[in-house]
Design a protein around this ligand. Structure first.
Ligand SMILES: O=C(O)CCC(=O)C(=O)O
Ligand SMILES: [Fe+2]
Length: 379
C-alpha cells in the first residue's frame, strides 16, 4: 500500500473539487497549486511586510456556529468571536516557560511523551509544555494552585467549545460526521503552551542558512538538527515548520508579535495574527477522515475529496527578526485512541471489504512520516 505521505501530498497539491457556491477562500483563478518553496517565499514576504498585508481569514460569531462547516470547506481557518471563553492563560504560559531549568527538568515525562509535560526535544527557537488532563491537570505541572486552576479552566472550556463545533457539523449535515463517542471524556485532547524566543535557540548545531525552512529529521522528539526557520538573510527566526495537527480541531490564541500563517489547498497564504477577543480555529487531520466521501478515506487520494471535505489546515510560524518573544496557547481536540475515524471499502483478494481506521493508527502512521510533520506541499 502506498504511504500515507504520498496520498496527502496529492491531496494538497492537486486542484481541489469545486468549492461550494458560497466559498471564496479557495477560488483563486487558475487553480494551480503552489510548491513548498512558493509557500515559504510568500510567508517570508508577508513576514517582512507585516501581517496586515496578507489576505484576511473570516470571522464567525459564536451565535453563528452553523456557518462553520461551509466556511471550513472554503477557508483554511477562521476566527471565532463573541465566545464566552476565559482570558487565554498567557501569564501561565510565561510563568512555566521562563521557570528555572531545574523546575522544567522535573516536568519532563519519564517515557519521553511528546504530548505530556515539558518537551525534552532540542530547542529550535521555540519551547513548549503540554498540559496533561489526567487527574485534573495535576501531573507534570507547576505546584501552584492558581496556575493549575487557570490551565484546567481554559482547557476544559475550549474543549467544550470545540465539541460544540463537532456537533454543529453533525447538525448541519444531518448525519454523523464526528462520531459521538469519539470525544467522550475529552478523548486524547491536550493543551500546549509555547514560547518563541531567540533565547531558546540550541547553538550546538549551526545551519548554513540558505533561506529555506528546514524539515527536521525524524527523532523521538519534535526536532533535531538545524533550526526550523531561517530567513533569506540567513538569520535564524523563532518558528515552527510547516505541518498539520493530529487533532479534530485546534484552537489557537497568541500574543504579539504575530507570526502564524495558514494556507489553503491552492497554496494561498493567509496571516493569522492575534485578534482581540477572538480565537483562531483550524481543522486537524481527523476532519479529513470524518468528512471524506462516503466509503472513501484520505488514503484513497483525491477520490475521497468531495464538496464537504475539510482538509487539515497547513500552518507554520515564523516570528519576524528582533520582534520580541511570542507566546501561544494551542488546544487540540482529539478522539479517543481506539475511536474509528473512517470506514472505507477496499478490494482484497477479489472481494470488497470494509476497512476501519482507528485514531491510534493515524497517530502512529504520522510518526513514520519523514521529518514528522513537513509533508504537505510538493516542491
Ligand atoms: O504557536 C502557534 O501559533 C502554533 C503552534 C502549533 O502549530 C502547534 O503546536 O502545533
Ligand atoms: Fe500546529
Amino acid at each position: 500500500m502506498p504511504r500515507f505521505t504520498t496520498h496527502f501530498k496529492s491531496l494538497l497539491t492537486s486542484p481541489p473539487a469545486a468549492p461550494p457556491a458560497t466559498a471564496t477562500g479557495d477560488t483563486k483563478a487558475g487553480g494551480q497549486s503552489a510548491s513548498r518553496a512558493d509557500i515559504y517565499a510568500q510567508i517570508r514576504t508577508l513576514n517582512l511586510a507585516g501581517s496586515s498585508s496578507a489576505p484576511a481569514l473570516p470571522r464567525i460569531r459564536y451565535a453563528d456556529l452553523h456557518l462553520i462547516p461551509q466556511t471550513l470547506a472554503a477557508f483554511p481557518a477562521f476566527y471565532l468571536t463573541d465566545h464566552a471563553l476565559p482570558a487565554p492563560p498567557f501569564d501561565q504560559a510565561r510563568q512555566l516557560l521562563t521557570a528555572a531549568d531545574h523546575i522544567k527538568q522535573g516536568l519532563v515525562h519519564s517515557q519521553k511523551s511528546t504530548t505530556r509535560g515539558y518537551n525534552h526535544a532540542r530547542h529550535q527557537g521555540r519551547e513548549w509544555w503540554d498540559y496533561s488532563p489526567e487527574d485534573g491537570g495535576t501531573r507534570l505541572t507547576l505546584p501552584d494552585d492558581g496556575f493549575q486552576r487557570a490551565s484546567r479552566e481554559y482547557f476544559e472550556k475550549c474543549i467544550s467549545l470545540l465539541k460544540e463545533i463537532c456537533w454543529e457539523f453533525n447538525r448541519s449535515y444531518g448525519e454523523t460526521v464526528v462520531p459521538e463517542g469519539a470525544v467522550d471524556g475529552g478523548g486524547f485532547s491536550t493543551m500546549r503552551y509555547l514560547r518563541y524566543s531567540t533565547e531558546v535557540f540550541d547553538d550546538s548545531q549551526q545551519d548554513e542558512g540558505d533561506g529555506e525552512m528546514r524539515t527536521p529529521s525524524a527523532s523521538a522528539g519534535y526536532t533535531h538538527g538545524q533550526p526550523a526557520v531561517v530567513d533569506s538573510g540567513g538569520d535564524r527566526l523563532p518558528g515552527i515548520e510547516a505541518h498539520t495537527d493530529l487533532s479534530i480541531f485546534t484552537l489557537i490564541t497568541a500574543t504579539d508579535p504575530s507570526g502564524l500563517y495558514v494556507w489553503n489547498r491552492r497554496g494561498k497564504v493567509f496571516a493569522a495574527p492575534p485578534v482581540d477577543g477572538a480565537v483562531l480555529i483550524m481543522a486537524g487531520d481527523c476532519m479529513t477522515y470524518f468528512t471524506a466521501v462516503n466509503g472513501k478515506s484520505p488514503l484513497d487520494g483525491l477520490d475521497a475529496i468531495g464538496e464537504r471535505t475539510v482538509l487539515p489546515t497547513a500552518h507554520a510560524v515564523m516570528v519576524p527578526a528582533r520582534a520580541g518573544e511570542r507566546y501561544s496557547v494551542g488546544v487540540f481536540l482529539r478522539p479517543k485512541r481506539e475511536a474509528v475515524i473512517n470506514r472505507r471499502v477496499v478490494r482484497r483478494q477479489g472481494r470488497e471489504v470494509l476497512e476501519e481506521t482507528a485514531f491510534w493508527w493515524l497517530a502512529l502512521e504520522k510518526l513514520e512520516v519523514e521529518g514528522r510533520k513537513c509533508w504537505l506541499a510538493d516542491g
